[in-house]
Design a protein. Sequence first.
Length: 231
Amino acid sequence: MQDSTQVAQTTANSIQLQPEKHVFSLWEILFSGGIIGNTIMVCIFLLGVLALYIFLERYFFIKRASKETPNFLENIRDFVQDGKIQTAIDYCKTIDSPEARMIEKGLARVGRPISDISNAMQNQGQLEVSKLEKNLNILASASGAAPMLGFLGTVVGMIMAFFEISNVTGAVSPKLLASGIYTAMATTAVGLFVGIPAYFFYNILVTNVDRLVLKIQTHVNEFLDTLNKPL
């Protein structure tokens, strides 16, 4: 009888000594930082949505602007050499592209000094570049703000965790310390998860804009060379 009692007691003690397993819950980790932590987390997610929207909107806008019209410069050159300036202007109006609008500005000033034509086209080019770069500064800000908000959430979470530990009398449970730390680190992870892609999105768009501007400048120079050639 005594042996059976000892076995039962030993079994109960072994069950009590088994550590309680904590089930991994992503939702609990992300939104267990209190009001301040949850507010920061929501701000980071909103920045991620904004960055993705700006990237997709700008990417397809630049892609449409980069679409080439077959034989565009050749047609303009033929119109200019034949003296059909108004026909060339009307032809440019039918094409929705930055270079067409720039060349249209130049054609509208044919007969003036070449410097006036070049200045008018450059002014139009600045407007076109500003359209292409619209909201890119917001995307750049999001790529930097998301990690910074993540770090802020981590600092706030660590402060709250150590504040809770300071209120505990006696030995501090490692579980209490660990739960506070991983909750605080979650904001940093999410901030980097949003900031790194946003940074790549920004650089992709800037590269595409630079390529388009270089192509437009090449075509504009070819147009000016056409005007400089004797008829």
